[in-house]
Design a protein around this ligand. Structure first.
Ligand SMILES: [Zn+2]
Length: 267
């Protein structure tokens, strides 16, 4: 029925992005269980959507599509919503943290690079954030550390990037070298930022110790916000562009984290 480059396929995925295509069409980017990040297009979907929203941002949906092996323009045949995570939409902090998570997944993954672990990690994050009162930014931090490690971008907190000594006293972080610096080596990267003692201790823990144990004890709110802001800045340095939901977070939370020792320069 279809030329050999085309195959009919079915999978479920979390909607990372959606935008209009032509008059009534839609392009959606999903992180799917069976194909990794996947882009699907349907020229008429917005008309069908009048009968009930499908492929809403952050929702879990099942899609049937014609896979195009030759390029990434996969033709969407039908979509059905499996889970909408409505509590995330009702809470501003939950919504920002979830928007942040889907934004960094979209930035840090490649199309059709299947990784079931990432799919289930996003799902676990969304279910936990939707159904519990745990600080949603802490949930996002735990997810983010796993994603950073899986993408091979783990920052170094064990020794100074320049002299290789374990810093005593002030610790700085260089986004350029993805590593800490000691105060003596500050000139190695003049844009490095000073880390507060607590932030450094937490960062070292979450990247170097058993995360399944660490995630059980949520730090106090201000510390969570500082860690979230730092990691957001770190991901921005990896992808070399601003993260939109991080800007919303920074604007919203600046009064709650003011006075912190961390001197991140926001874009
Ligand atoms: Zn040094």
């Amino acid at each position: 029925m279809f030329p050999k480059f085309y195959m009919l396929a079915k999978t479920e995925g979390i909607v990372l992005r959606r935008y209009k295509f032509g008059e009534a069409g839609l392009i959606a980017v999903l992180y799917t269980k069976d194909f990794g990040k996947l882009r699907v297009v349907n020229k008429n979907l917005l008309n069908q959507e009048r009968n009930g929203g499908v492929l809403d941002l952050i929702s879990l949906s099942e899609v049937i599509f014609v896979e195009n092996i030759a390029n990434n323009l996969n033709q969407l045949i039908s979509a059905e919503s499996n889970e909408k995570f409505i509590n995330i939409y009702d809470d501003f902090d939950k919504f920002i943290s979830a928007s942040y998570v889907i934004e960094i997944v979209n930035e840090l993954t490649c199309e059709k690079d299947k990784n079931e672990n990432i799919f289930y990690l996003i799902l676990e994050f969304l279910e936990k954030t939707d159904n519990s009162d745990i600080n949603p930014y802490w949930n996002a931090i735990i997810f983010e550390v796993l994603l950073i490690n899986m993408s091979g971008n783990r920052p170094v907190f064990s020794s100074c990037a320049n002299c290789k000594n374990i810093p005593a006293g002030n610790v700085r972080f260089s986004f350029r070298y993805s590593s800490i610096l000691c105060e003596k080596c500050r000139s190695f990267d003049m844009e490095s930022v000073k880390l507060s003692e607590n932030t450094f201790v937490y960062l070292k823990k979450i990247f170097e110790e058993d995360l399944s144990e660490i995630k059980k004890t949520v730090p106090e709110n201000r510390q969570v916000l500082l860690l979230f802001r730092f990691l957001g800045r770190y991901v921005e340095s990896l992808i070399d562009k601003p993260i939109k939901s991080l800007k919303v977070f920074n604007d919203l939370k600046k009064n709650e984290i003011i006075g912190g020792n961390i001197k991140c320069q926001m874009k």
